[in-house]
Structures are given as structure tokens and as C-alpha cells.
Design a protein around this ligand. Structure first.
Ligand code: HEM
Length: 189
């Protein structure tokens, strides 16, 4: 939501998609998700810049392995810096820019074997909750944007700073004011 509020043009594009697919007589539901391609791109781009688990989960190889000339000893703890890979200038065009369109132009997916985009990890130990997480994120962001117009109070600064840990969190929570945008208040019950 912070990225969308910082980029009103992207917010407008998402609202237009929701208006077209869901319409203002309905509320956001799971069945609309496959048609909401821009919403999917917004979530993918958000997870690229702000991965929930920036170093994935610690992995421990069961055998000593050589990868790219580096020896990874059996039993050592390996962290994969997905955060850095997903912002790497050599892998991404203009990497610090919030640009959901980059996911419309390519078919990069969460489960692909590409090693530049790993918000859910990769391989045998990748996240088992991808399907659920994808749907929940789409339902949540889709509902917030479809049902409300979001405004900021005068003093709100849109701070995108991250607090690092096993899980990435915003340093400052977003405070935004929702305004009903659906025509019928019954739709909010
Ligand atoms: C946006 C939401 C989520 C993100 C970004 C996420 C991300 C991740 C990541 C990065 C890993 C580590 C993968 C690796 O180290 O290779 C992981 C593991 C895991 N996730 Fe998620 N996850 C999410 C939601 C969920 C949900 C909803 C569930 C369960 C319903 C779930 C269950 C798990 C489990 C059980 C593992 C450990 C898998 C293993 O070690 O074999 N996750 N997740």
C-alpha cells in the first residue's frame, strides 16, 4: 500500500483494472483473481523490493558441495541474500524503481528456476504456502484498493525504510485514511 500511495499512477492503473474486472456493484472475491493481472504484477514487484524473508530461511547442506568455485562445507549454515539479488543492477533494469509493468513484460514466476527472483525461496525447501499466500495477498490488497480510496494526513511521510531481521518489516507503519468508494453502503456489511 505504501508503494501504491507513493506511485499514484500505479494506484490509478490498479483501480482501473479492479473497476473493469470486479465493477463497483460487487466486492473483491477469490474468483476474480485470475483476471487481475496488474494486481498480480503489483504484488510481485512489492515482493521483489520488499521480500518478507530477505535471507530466506537458513539452509544446511548435508554434503560438502562446490558451487561456482566456492566450497560449501557439509553442516555449515547458508543464507541466500534474496533481497540483494532482487535489487541487483546486473539482473534488473532500474532495480530500485517500483515498476510492476516489468512482470507483465516477462513471465517470471514464483516457482520458476530463475535465480534472480526468489521471494518464496527455490527448490526442495521452497515455501509450501505459495498458493495460499498468493491468494491472500491478492484478496487483501485487491479489497483494500477496490473498496476504499486512500488518503494521507498532512503530517504523514511515506517512509519505505525496512527494518532487517529474519523477517523484513517496515520501520514505520503506514497510516492512511480509508474513504468508502463503493456506491452502496450495504456492500461494506
Ligand atoms: C507472502 C507470504 C509468504 C512469503 C513471502 C513466504 C516466504 C517463504 C520463504 C522465503 C521461505 C524459505 C524458502 C527457502 O529457504 O528456500 C518459506 C518457507 C516456508 N513457508 Fe512461507 N511464505 C509466505 C507465506 C506462507 C504461508 C501462508 C504458509 C503456510 C500456510 C507458509 C509456509 C511455509 C513453510 C512450512 C516453509 C518451510 C518449508 C521447508 O522448509 O521445507 N508460508 N516461506
Amino acid at each position: 500500500m505504501t508503494e501504491l500511495l507513493r506511485h499514484p499512477d500505479k494506484m490509478t492503473k490498479l483501480i482501473e483494472e479492479l473497476n473493469m474486472v470486479v465493477g463497483n456493484q460487487n466486492t473483491m472475491e477469490e474468483s476474480y483473481i485470475p483476471q487481475l493481472v496488474y494486481l498480480d504484477a503489483v504484488i510481485k514487484e512489492t515482493l521483489r523490493l520488499h521480500p518478507v524473508a530477505p535471507l530466506l530461511l537458513p539452509h544446511v547442506p548435508s554434503e560438502t558441495t562446490i558451487i561456482g568455485g566456492y566450497t560449501i562445507p557439509k553442516g555449515c549454515r547458508v543464507f541466500i541474500n534474496a533481497w540483494a539479488m532482487q535489487r541487483d543492477l546486473e539482473l534488473w533494469d532500474d532495480p530500485l524503481r517500483f515498476q510492476p509493468e516489468r512482470f507483465l513484460e516477462t513471465d517470471i514466476n514464483y516457482r520458476d528456476n530463475n535465480f534472480k527472483y526468489l521471494p518464496f525461496g527455490s527448490g526442495r525447501r521452497m515455501c509450501v504456502g505459495i498458493s495460499m499466500a498468493k491468494k491472500m495477498a491478492a484478496l487483501l490488497v485487491g479489497s483494500l484498493v477496490h473498496s476504499f480510496e486512500w488518503r494521507l494526513s498532512e503530517e504523514t511521510k511515506l517512509n519505505l525504510e525496512d527494518k532487517f531481521g529474519l523477517v523484513l518489516k517496515k520501520t514505520e507503519s503506514l497510516v492512511a485514511i480509508p474513504i468508502a468508494r463503493l456506491p452502496n453502503l450495504e456492500q461494506y456489511k
